[in-house]
Design a protein around this ligand. Structure first.
Ligand code: FES
Ligand SMILES: [Fe+2]
Length: 440
């Protein structure tokens, strides 16, 4: 375990006080010491999103995914079972998987040719008899499995900690909100191709903050969308909703409806037949009641996985609104540096025209060339720059929005809900959990 220097200890104390007061020191968004601690105490013990099962539907399909700097081959074996292995040959440590995705019955190491089956077993060793004279017990030298791999409704998560709580326990009450997405259709979801990936000079927490709580930024950051008529006319449209968090877990959600008087179709604007399927497929009546009033849904799982599902307003090209759904991982590369993995998804049983338009919606609004996304990443990079500056790092930032609010007693879903989205409640909850893990 990392030994904490006096300097790091002092930083943690400053952070603890900041969390307590809702006044966080800016250095948390770009600090090498903190990043080391996050690697060890957050990312080495948390459930990290790896892949959606629709990315690897057939035996032999694989994708390469990462937890910290560890590459994992997530692969469906010939028996249909999904497993994950460290992409590292047991002989001298070379990578055995040379592509980010593909289909393979075996992985052959390009260094000396050791060959592994896609269930991880070592099955081929060149010149085995001559070189190892019967000493090498192949059954003991398979690829190293990821310590934990579990799935929730087709979403595959990995954990480096063999003693971690189950994924189900980790998720807790956020499941109810995840199901609004995963159980919208009995057929489940499918990805619209491989993830877009790009590097942004910022901190993973900044990206996550925007998606777990910060509907307040839409007023200004995404102002051009209002001016272009893509977002509703009422600039405060993103405040009309509930902000919900799961105490003790760090997860959060935002459920946004329509601004008063705005003519927005219910249930994200899905076609009638998809609405009916959802109504029948949702596990509870309450979930349906909430979903049918929803136009924007964001869910963020601690530590670095977000889902965004907004309605897309009609424009000159598509007079009919088609929602988009994106999954994203804020993959930490180093202090002040992340790689964004961003997938577009759609219901598997959606009509073809809808899938095509959902893909368009996604590409136009989010992803590496999406209008929303560029607004955000540009800003995140400057915050991280300031956070690393000698003077900027010392500034304390204001996380006290919405402290005057009381929880909404009428909200039908689990968790602590507030009937106004302009609040930092989810952030305060996230940072409490974050600090708790750093200290434990
Ligand atoms: S390093 Fe893989 S076979 Fe030698
Ligand atoms: Fe944004």
């Amino acid at each position: 375990m990392l030994r904490l220097s006096d300097g790091v200890r002092a930083k943690l104390e400053e952070l603890a006080q900041g969390v307590e007061e809702g006044l966080l020191p800016a250095w948390i968004f770009n600090d090498p010491d903190l990043f080391e601690l996050e690697k060890e105490r957050i990312f080495s013990r948390s459930w990290v999103y790896l892949a959606h099962e629709s990315e690897i539907p057939k035996p032999g399909d694989y994708v390469l995914r990462y937890i910290l700097n560890n590459p994992y081959i997530v692969v469906r074996g010939e028996d249909g079972q999904v497993r994950a292995f460290l992409d590292m040959c047991r002989h001298r440590g070379m990578r055995v998987c040379r592509a980010e995705a593909g289909n393979a019955s075996h992985f052959r190491c390009p260094f000396h040719g050791w060959t592994y089956r896609n269930d991880g077993a070592l099955v081929g060793v060149p010149a085995e008899r001559e070189a190892f004279a019967g000493d090498l017990r192949k059954e003991e030298w398979g690829l190293v499995p990821l310590p934990r791999l579990e799935a929730f409704d087709g979403l595959l998560f990995g954990n480096l900690d063999p003693g971690a709580p189950s994924l189900e326990e980790w998720l807790g009450e956020i499941r109810w909100y995840l199901e609004l997405i995963t159980k919208r259709s009995p057929a489940g979801l499918e990805v619209l191709g491989p993830p877009q990936r790009w590097v942004v000079p910022t901190d993973w927490k900044l990206a996550l903050e925007t998606f777990i709580s910060d509907s307040y930024h839409t007023l200004m950051t995404h102002r051009s969308l209002i001016e272009l008529g893509i977002a509703p006319k009422d600039a405060k449209y993103a405040m009309y909703g509930e902000q919900i968090h799961v105490p003790g877990k760090g997860h959060g959600a935002m459920v946004v409806g329509a601004p008063p008087g705005a003519q927005l179709p219910p249930f994200w604007g899905y076609p009638e037949e998809m609405m009916e399927r959802a109504r029948a497929s949702y596990p509870t009546k309450e979930q349906w009641e909430v979903a049918k009033e929803t136009r924007i849904l964001l869910i963020t799982l601690f530590p670095n996985f977000s889902i965004h599902n907004p309605i897309r307003r009609p424009d000159h090209k598509y007079p009919r609104p088609v929602p988009m759904l994106t999954f994203r991982v804020w993959h930490p590369l180093g202090p002040g540096r992340i790689e964004i993995f961003s997938w577009g998804l759609v219901e598997k049983d959606a009509p073809e025209w809808f899938k095509e338009k959902a893909r368009h919606s996604y590409l136009r609004f989010f992803g590496s060339s999406g209008t929303f996304e560029q607004d955000d990443t540009e800003i995140w990079s400057h915050v991280a720059q300031n956070a690393a500056s000698t003077q900027g790092g010392r500034v304390r930032l204001y996380y006290r929005m919405g402290l005057h609010l009381a929880p909404d007693p009428n909200w039908p879903g689990p968790g602590v809900a507030y009937g106004l989205n302009f609040t930092d409640a989810n952030l305060r909850n996230f940072h409490r959990r974050y600090l708790e893990m750093l200290l434990a």
